[in-house]
Design a protein around this ligand. Structure first.
Ligand SMILES: Nc1ncnc2c1ncn2[C@@H]1O[C@H](COP(=O)(O)OP(=O)(O)OP(=O)(O)O)[C@@H](O)[C@H]1O
Length: 694
């Protein structure tokens, strides 16, 4: 970035004056909306109440969307177009949202508008009518400090964009994730601006910008399809609350304040009241469970052994058992459980009405309803198609070995069925306790009993590689007619129940028509660190290619070997060294090691926060202690990793976990170990530098 001292002062002053004008205009827009009266329709019926509530909500959102955030610059770029390209305007400032003056003339154009696209796409070879691109630099307090011009006319290839990108990536981090709107790369822009349908699935190595792309895509879709999406809403599902806290400010900075960001547990499940061993959780998360649940539920429907005798006055009408049997068989094939039960009552009643008509009566709908609700029909329903709730079916399945065997058929082996059975079943389904995996099964049963209505407009699944088949089915059900953005990295799949391939993931979501794309430029992690972490890939994801870095950083990776006695002191020294630089610092260790290590840091006079204990730990402290299982999706300028072997040993997919942990650093990674490194990392050619005990 050209500093202000080097710039022609009048031009910088003019830009600053323009920025002030834009701020004033935004304040006026905000004020106008604030005082605008929300129309209220008189009357108290549901429609009117709904409309009034919707209007109030829309008004509140508009007010929020126009708040001028103090640390978010109002614009970040400028394009000079060839005269006449856009009617009446040759120059546009591009920003996070639209700002116009009192007479409606645009001062800042939204980055999502069509005319902003060349900011991301134009090159000297393909100018797209642009003659000059300007990029601005701002201080942390959003003060305009300088700008840099890139003429596209008569220019050769420029590396200015790369320098700007690098500066942006390496700008020290404080607190939550920030947007990348000033530097979205062309391959990312393709995904951000892809249409709402079909769904999109992005495989990408660590730090390729998947989360950033997903969030900017949501902002883009809300811009282009706001009305369509406002009906069903947009939801972002992330792996845990710490991650959601980390990403929470990106969309509001882009002017989008009405997107729910939640974990899968919050979206799908009742709070779990029990837990499963990993092997059992894996079985319960398997797609075979869908088949078993379907069989279990429908086994409640039986074959009638008697017909129905309906009396009206002195007349008797008989519907034979085989006739009821035919109705039951047809309904089983075509309905869900609860509506099927209602339909059975109606069809039996209809058969009675036919008999009445044959005897010369002319019964109407009221008679049909009376028959459907009559005692003999109710008795038939209770015998042949009883009312059931999901909990009742699942309780029986996990308590009754015969019922499980009969429902499982060939789907599960005898050993697997034994594992699924509860050791101490609750007396009744009402007192049963449910694990997180159980609640997903209950969700499936609920939908088999009665179709879930409504569909989200758009659903973003981040870290989707970790989701199970049954979770994906539950998510797909919530977005039947909407579209999905699936983001993930198969090499970072750490759950034992991970679905495996993107084809499978999309199949479970019922979005098999999704476009699958790959991002392979790693923006976060310097080359040396990517190359080091990628040594694990042949073991954890042999089919994936090695990601490409976009930068090398001097001394990015250090491996410090020490002994048990001086291990803690060495770690403290590493954290101190990391804190000597700028930006955020993390100490990452196996979950059961992190608290004692944090105590050691506190005893040494450092002031770390513990991630997980407080959701906003990353906002409040420069040094954060991160349990390895919470590291996914996060990043820090400097990272100290304690004892990789323990991270690996802590769980079945420990190598995948280590891969995640090793790829969190933007500029500096130090690995401190007393135990040998995992074999793949330990080969002589992989270690760039080794330092003996300090
Ligand atoms: N175009 C870009 N301009 C500037 N920074 C970028 C760009 N793309 C990605 N980054 C930065 O790279 C980092 C990684 O991005 P992000 O977290 O979206 O990656 P990811 O692929 O989701 O990573 P992971 O798989 O580790 O979760 C972030 O700091 C992000 O801001």
């Amino acid at each position: 970035m050209v500093e202000s001292a080097l710039l022609p002062a009048p031009e910088l002053e003019a830009e600053r004056a323009f920025l002030a004008e834009a701020h004033a205009a935004l304040a006026r827009m905000h004020g106008d909306v604030l005082v605008r009266e929300v129309p209220v329709i008189g009357g108290e019926d549901n429609d009117e109440r709904f409309t009034n509530e919707a209007n109030t909500r829309a008004h509140q959102q508009r007010v929020l969307a126009l708040v001028d955030l103090p640390d978010v610059p109002l614009f970040f770029g400028l394009l000079d177009y060839e005269p006449g390209t856009i009617e009446g305007i040759d120059r546009i400032h591009i920003g996070r949202r639209h700002v116009h003056d009192g007479s409606g003339v645009p001062l800042v154009v939204d980055w999502r508008a069509r005319v902003s696209v060349p900011f991301y796409r134009a090159t000297a070879g393909d100018r797209q009518h642009v003659v000059l691109r300007r990029r601005y630099g701002f201080s942390d307090a959003a003060e305009l400090t300088g700008f840099e011009d890139e003429p596209l006319v008569g220019a050769g290839p420029s590396d200015q964009a790369d320098a700007f990108l690098r500066a942006e990536i390496e700008r020290p981090r404080t607190g939550p994730m920030r947007d990348i709107v000033a530097t979205i790369q062309p391959e990312q822009d393709d995904l951000v601006r892809a249409p709402l349908h079909p769904s999109v699935c992005v495989q990408g190595a660590p730090g390729t910008g998947k989360t950033a792309v997903g969030l900017h895509r949501v902002a883009y879709l809300l811009y282009t399809e706001r009305e369509r999406l406002s009906r069903g809403g947009v939801v972002i599902v992330g792996p845990n609350r710490s991650f959601l806290s980390y990403i929470r400010k990106v969309l509001p900075a882009l002017g989008e304040v009405d997107v729910r960001q939640i974990t899968i547990d919050e979206l799908i499940t009742e709070p779990a009241t029990a837990s499963d061993e990993p092997d059992v959780a894996r079985l319960k998360s398997d797609a075979r469970m869908a088949v078993v649940l379907r069989r279990a539920l429908w086994s409640y429907v039986g074959t009638p052994t008697d017909g129905i005798l309906y009396s009206k006055g002195s007349q008797r009408f008989r519907v034979h058992d085989y006739e009821v049997g035919d109705i039951v068989a047809a309904l089983r094939e075509s309905t869900r459980y609860a509506p099927g039960r209602n339909a059975l009552a109606q069809r039996i009643a209809h058969a009675v009405l036919v008999l009445m008509e044959q005897r010369g009566d002319s019964p109407d709908d009221r008679v049909q309803n009376a028959v459907a609700r009559s005692k003999p029909v109710k008795a038939m329903l209770d015998a042949v198609w009883p009312r059931v709730v999901a909990e009742q079916v699942l309780h029986r399945l996990f308590s009754d070995a015969d019922f499980l065997a009969q429902s499982a058929g060939d789907e599960f082996t005898a050993d697997e069925r034994t594992a699924l059975l509860w050791c101490k079943p609750a007396r009744s389904w009402k007192s049963a306790k449910w694990s997180a995996a159980d609640t997903v099964l209950l969700d499936e049963l609920d939908d088999l009993i009665e179709r879930r209505t409504g569909s989200l407009g758009h659903l973003v699944l981040d870290e989707a590689q970790d989701l199970s088949a049954m979770q994906l089915r539950a998510l797909g059900r919530r977005c039947r007619t909407g579209s999905v953005t699936v983001l993930g990295d198969l090499a970072q799949a750490t759950t034992p129940w991970a679905a495996g391939s993107w084809d499978r993931v999309l199949g479970h979501l019922e979005k098999a028509d999704a476009v699958v794309a790959e991002l392979d430029r790693g923006f976060r992690v310097p080359d040396q660190i990517i190359d080091f972490a990628a040594k694990l890939l042949p073991q954890i994801a042999p089919t994936l290619g090695v990601p490409r870095g976009v930068r090398t950083v001097a001394d990015a990776l250090t491996i410090v070997q020490t002994d048990e006695r001086s291990f803690t002191d060495t770690l403290v020294a590493s954290c101190r060294a990391a804190l000597a630089g700028e930006g955020s610092v993390a100490l990452v260790a196996a979950d059961d090691q992190i608290s004692p290590l944090r105590d050691a840091l506190v005893a040494a006079g450092l002031q770390p926060a513990l991630l997980g204990a407080a959701e906003d730990a990353m906002d409040t402290a420069r040094l954060v202690c991160v349990p390895a299982t919470l590291a996914k999706g996060l990043e820090f300028d400097a990272v100290v990793v304690a004892e990789p072997a323990q991270i690996v040993a802590a769980e079945p997919r420990g190598l995948q976990r280590l891969y995640v942990v090793l790829t969190r650093a933007v500029s500096w990674l130090q690995i401190v170990h007393a135990a040998p490194l995992p074999t793949a990392l330990n080969s002589p050619d992989t270690i760039t530098r080794s330092v003996d005990a300090q």
